[in-house]
Ligand binder design. Structure first.
Ligand SMILES: [Zn+2]
Ligand SMILES: [Zn+2]
Length: 338
């Protein structure tokens, strides 16, 4: 088969690779129908995270089950399935609490930007759709593998409630999905912090009510000004930089919540500032598996359309161009089809 390998900063290649095989009796092999580049792939693509050896890329996927191991019981060949970037058994004590991304048996899923993918712990990880999806549904279903599940977790972790006020920090695919989640949860005011006119437009289409273009201290005071002078009930941090995290912490009102889902790079918090902010902090790698059945249902019934975050589509063999376009911020997110 062919798949995507990162050889070093800026050096992504689509190349011939061995077909994935069942390695453990709980594995499944799926034929990829759609995959994409994640904002988190860009950390290593840009050389912020060091790449020491050729690395198979991609962790967002949906497709058709080809083969299952001898101990797989509920997943069957022919099903259209979606799974998270962390494989989980969905049966251990942590999974039962809804934190499948910290499953005691978790395994990362890697190499999804390829024609075929091995998914460990298939029964716990993969969720089948009610039937074979129409072509228009596939982009939205693909987002459930990561960005929509992560955006939902940001809103859930930040305790978004009907009539609450929400600020979303970050206008990438996760930030935009966080807007969708906040709207579904009934937020009254959804403010997106974005400097990019195209992304502002998408955010407003998806349910944002206000846009703040400033960052840093000016952005914080603008947000507070908009929200009764005291700040937001819920702030959804979807970037992972120090600047974004500080904005989130400072915009949340006393007693408010920050849900943080951007993978942290260089974030250190000041204890005294945190102490006096009196906020709730909850975040981490999203337990996407917890939300999959509910989100599949919302997409299947046309209630949400997170596929809108894809503003470019390329054949999988042009994956290098997909990385380039996202790294140069010419595209929000690129859909790749084998
Ligand atoms: Zn991702
Ligand atoms: Zn588990």
């Amino acid at each position: 088969m062919q798949g995507t390998i990162l050889h070093g900063p800026g050096d992504v290649r689509f190349e011939e690779l061995p077909d994935p095989k069942i390695l453990k009796p709980t594995d499944a092999i799926i034929q990829i129908k759609a995959t994409c580049v994640c904002g988190s792939d860009l950390w290593s693509y840009r050389g912020v995270d060091t790449v020491t050896q050729p690395t198979p890329m991609g962790h967002e996927y949906c497709g058709i089950v080809q083969e299952v191991g001898s101990e797989v019981k509920s997943i069957r060949p022919g099903q259209f399935v979606i799974g998270s970037f962390f494989a989980s058994d969905n049966t251990c004590i942590i999974c039962k609490q809804g934190y499948q991304s910290s499953c005691i048996n978790r395994e990362p899923v890697v190499g999804a930007q390829a024609s075929y993918l091995r998914v460990p712990l298939a029964d716990g990880t993969l969720v089948p759709t009610p039937g074979y999806p129409s072509q228009e549904l596939i982009p939205s279903l693909l987002t459930l593998s990561d960005v929509m599940g992560t955006g939902w977790f940001a809103a859930d972790a930040a305790n978004v409630k009907p009539n609450s006020t929400v600020v979303v920090v970050g206008d990438g695919a996760v930030g935009l999905c966080a807007v969708i989640a906040a709207k579904q949860m009934g937020a009254d005011r959804i403010v997106i912090m974005s400097q990019n006119p195209n992304r502002q437009k998408v955010a407003l289409e998806l349910g944002a009510t206000d846009v703040i273009t400033e960052r840093g201290a000016v952005g914080v005071s603008h947000a507070k000004e908009l929200l009764n002078g005291i700040g937001a009930d819920s702030v959804l941090e979807c970037v992972g930089t120090l600047e974004a995290m500080m904005q989130a912490v400072q915009i949340a009102r006393p007693g408010g919540y920050v849900g943080f889902v951007g993978v942290p790079h260089g974030i250190e918090l000041n204890g005294l500032e945190l102490f006096f902010s009196q906020i709730h902090l909850h975040g981490g790698p999203a337990p996407v598996r917890r939300y999959l059945p509910m989100l599949i249902d919302l997409v299947w019934n046309g209630k949400i359309n997170p596929g809108k975050v894809f503003d470019m589509q390329l054949p999988l063999y042009q994956v290098a161009e997909a990385y380039k376009a996202m790294s140069e911020r010419r595209a929000i997110k690129v859909l790749l089809t084998p």
